[in-house]
Design a binder for this molecule. Structure first.
Ligand code: ZN
Ligand code: ZN
Length: 504
């Protein structure tokens, strides 16, 4: 069972608090009694507040300082991206990456290492190409979206119909779309919080589904990326769940190729494009979430969840997305495991399977552990690169806010702001456990350049700065350790946080 409020909180002497008087002889006496009762109620509430003991705060400060100079996280990203490389879910490297992480978790000194099965569709990319056929023939740089359907053998040629937003596509009459290649060309701009992914991601995931429902032959989009001048395309999953979907071929153009297509469309003549995408579904595949634990000495069955996802898209080696996340979480747990004593609660590192094609690992984990959600005291996954963490926020019960502020105090010297007015969503896969009622943080890396690289052939080790990923590991080590040592819980319970607004 989760440690409920009051079982370990600050000791408050309530012995002077009387039972509420049953008979009142005068208004004055009534008022006095009422005032005393109110004061005692406040004291009782204070005693239920979650608190991190002073000794744990001091230990967390030392852990932070050690982590800032530790290269474990960088070395893990280097190893995974070099020795395994791209990790497309259900591809050959899916199993290899799993074996690699199992061996690494054991070498890092975790007390338990095990896997939990996750089943998902196998989707493969064999070859892909595209070109403008008329009026100005030339090749296009593009990449098929994950879960795209194939073009007929030899390719598909059709006229392009242009929309500048998803809403314009939604509003379009099917007669303007039938048999054509739909192109949606919305630009994303750089922001520290990466907010424009909220424009690019829905076009990529929903656009092809809407286009298919209106009879389109195929779908192309301006890449969901912020690199305006790199001639590289950004892949990522689209919304066809499996081979049974009403799917069409779907691909992303590099930003300069999208510019070129739009210039040509501006001539006002019919524009014809050829797509040749040899991709598609090949049945189901069973992979696994890989789990490593540092077992708690006082409450081994109470868990702090941290992690990242082990799969990546195939054009790059998945350094920022998301070898970094697995490495940050594993390095944090490793640093905690090196302390003289095991933490009070268990620190659990999860390397999730197939996040990219639709949170398969996160959903399987949440289903497998839904009944024990109250024992998952706090969780957050790292899946936004390895640039410095600049902000964090939390979804916890009100009585745990001061404990979160204690964590914030330890993180402040390494550049992390506490956004007390925002909620916390737990990150990509762990959002699913948060949805079941797990208290959660959102830990935000500086995302200014994240979407320059995201899901491209440029997602490689050279984008990771050793000092910056060390700061990430420091943040995760501090939060996980302090959550493990907290006296009192953070409010995890079935169905808790249902009314939180969606978070990053
Ligand atoms: Zn990711
Ligand atoms: Zn991704």
């Amino acid at each position: 069972m989760a440690q409920r409020s009051g079982t370990g909180g600050r000791a408050t002497d309530l012995s002077s608090c009387p039972a509420f008087p049953s008979a009142l002889e005068s208004n004055v006496k009534y008022l006095l009694a009422f005032t005393l009762a109110a004061a005692c109620a406040t004291a009782a509430a204070a005693s239920t507040e979650t608190r991190i003991p002073d000794a744990a705060v001091r230990a967390a400060e030392q852990l932070r300082d050690r982590a800032m100079n530790d290269d474990t996280a960088y070395k893990l990203v280097e190893g995974l991206t070099t020795e395994i490389g791209p990790r497309l879910a259900a591809g050959d490297n899916d199993a290899r990456a799993r074996e690699w992480v199992i061996a690494k978790f054991k070498a890092l000194g975790f007390d338990k290492v095990y896997t939990e099965p996750v089943t998902y569709p196998k989707w493969v990319r064999r070859h892909e190409s595209g070109s403008i056929v008329a009026p100005f023939p030339q090749n296009l740089v593009l990449t098929a979206l994950g879960h795209s359907f194939a073009t007929p053998t030899g390719g598909l040629t059709a006229e392009v119909v242009h929309f500048d937003s998803l809403d314009a596509l939604k509003a379009a009459d099917p007669s303007a779309i039938k048999g054509r290649i739909v192109y949606v060309g919305a630009r994303m701009h750089r922001y520290k919080d990466g907010r424009d992914y909220g424009i690019g991601s829905p076009i990529r995931t929903q656009g092809p589904v809407i286009a298919a429902s209106k009879g389109a032959a195929a779908f192309i989009l301006r890449s969901a990326g912020t690199d305006a001048t790199d001639r590289i395309a950004h892949t990522g999953v689209t919304g066809f769940a499996d081979a049974k979907a009403n799917g069409i071929p779907a691909a992303a153009l590099s930003n300069p190729d999208a510019d070129q297509l739009e210039r040509i469309l501006a001539y006002g003549k019919p524009v014809t494009v050829k797509l040749d995408l040899d991709v598609g579904f090949e049945g189901d595949y069973t992979g696994a979430n890989v789990i490593g634990e540092v077992t708690g000495k006082k409450h081994p069955d109470q868990i702090v969840d941290i992690g990242g996802h082990l799969d990546s898209w195939d054009p790059g080696t998945g350094a920022i997305d998301d070898a970094a996340g697995v490495a940050i979480a594993a390095a944090a747990a490793h640093l905690i495991a090196q302390l003289p004593q095991r933490p009070d609660r268990t620190i659990r590192v999860i390397a999730f399977a197939n996040e990219e094609a639709g949170l398969y690992g996160g959903k399987a984990y949440a289903e497998a552990h839904a009944k024990e959600v109250a024992r998952h005291v706090l969780g957050s996954e790292s899946d936004f690169g390895a640039a410095p963490v600049w902000r964090f926020s939390a979804s916890v019960k009100p009585e745990a806010r001061k404990a979160i502020a204690q964590i914030a105090d330890v993180l402040k010297p390494i550049g992390v702001e506490y956004a007390a007015d925002r909620s916390g969503g737990g990150g990509s896969d762990l959002s699913q456990m948060h949805a079941k009622g797990m208290a959660a943080l959102s830990i935000g890396q500086d995302g200014t350049h994240y979407f320059d690289i995201h899901h491209t052939s440029n997602d490689t080790l050279d984008k990771i700065v050793p000092k910056e990923i060390a700061q990430n590991a420091a943040v995760y080590a501090v939060y996980a350790y302090m959550a493990a040592q907290a006296e009192g819980d953070f409010g995890s319970a079935p169905g808790a946080f249902k009314n939180d607004k969606d978070e990053d």
